[in-house]
Ligand binder design. Structure first.
Ligand SMILES: CSC[C@H]1O[C@H](OP(=O)(O)O)[C@H](O)[C@@H]1O
Ligand SMILES: Nc1ncnc2[nH]cnc12
Length: 295
């Protein structure tokens, strides 16, 4: 394996994670994108000498609800900041008895039930179809599992995250249905984020941090924000420790992604070069410049 890539780690902080401690040379910077503004400024810094870029998904102070998040701007901003590997940290409800509040699930599959979001960087004038059969990066997921084990965190590797539109929590019938579908956790944000990360050829992994049992559990009351927030803060402390243990494991120079995340567009573009809209091509500079401007 040729060591040609020096990783830059992108961290997307969900509910309760609006900053990240332990970063050296911290600087919050505006990163404009052709898709509009990201959720907030991005925090640049280094951890153990490794370049990191942090983005609070909902913005500092949580002004942005899931359906209003500009996922394209968020992913584009990370990509144009040089990020190669994205770790998503999210609060979720549990759909399984064995995942109580405080448990972490390293998600490897999603069911996307969102319907009111821009889901692709591509469109009229430049059409592409990437595979999301395996939407997360196994290398990053393995490293998260190792870091979690080192810290003794209650953590499970592998699980399906049902992404709902929100902002309301689920009805009990929905919650029971998602359990029948074999889903493990439920949240409102990891799609289209994971799909867009794939289109942008970023390695992506997701840590789902359980805050509640949603509303299906006979022995637990239905979820409320108060209840979520109570658990969030202890989860956020564990997440910060996890990030510190994880970054040195994924920050060393490495070869291309063995799963091919960083070459997702190699066989995805279908619009003939002469039919491509130059405006679209210009907007795709960060996300798809590698393939659009290939000689
Ligand atoms: C405050 S509970 C609901 C909220 O929390 C999760 O967001 P994130 O994934 O950014 O942690 C969930 O998806 C909802 O957006
Ligand atoms: N039960 C739940 N449903 C959707 N999103 C959540 N985020 C945290 N708990 C959740």
């Amino acid at each position: 394996m040729s060591a040609s890539i020096t990783p830059v780690i992108g961290l997307i902080g969900g509910s309760g994670l609006y900053d990240i401690d332990g970063l050296q040379d911290r600087e919050w910077r505006h990163v404009p994108t052709p898709w509009g503004a990201p959720s907030d400024q991005l925090l640049f810094g280094t951890l153990a000498g490794i370049r990191c870029v942090f983005l609070p998904r909902h913005g500092r102070g949580h002004p942005n609800p899931p359906s209003a998040l500009n996922f394209r701007a968020n992913i584009d901003a990370l990509k144009r900041s040089g990020v190669t590997d994205v770790i998503s940290l999210s609060a979720v409800g549990s759909l399984q008895e064995q995942y109580p509040p405080g448990h972490f699930v390293i998600v490897d599959q999603f069911i996307d039930r969102t319907f009111a979001r821009e889901k692709s960087f591509f469109g009229p004038g430049c059409v592409a179809h990437v595979s999301v059969a395996h939407p997360t990066c196994p290398r990053l997921s393995d490293a998260i599992a190792d870091a979690g084990a080192e810290l003794g965190l209650p953590m499970t590797k592998g699980g399906t995250y049902l992404v709902m539109e929100g902002p309301q929590f689920s009805t009990k019938a929905e919650s029971l249905l998602y359990r029948q579908w074999g889903c493990d956790v439920i949240g409102m944000t990891n799609m289209p984020e994971a799909k867009l990360a794939r289109e942008a050829e970023l390695c992506y992994a997701s840590v789902a941090m359980v805050t509640d049992f949603d509303c299906w559990h006979p022995d637990h009351d239905h979820v409320t924000v108060d209840q979520v927030v109570k658990v969030l803060f202890s989860n956020a402390d564990k997440a910060r420790a996890l990030v510190k243990a994880l970054i040195p494991r994924i920050g060393a120079p490495r070869g291309p992604c063995e799963a091919g995340c960083d070459r997702a567009l190699d066989h995805a573009l279908i619009t003939a070069p002469e039919m491509r809209d130059p405006k679209m091509v210009a907007m795709l500079d960060a996300v798809a410049g590698r393939v659009l401007h290939a000689k």
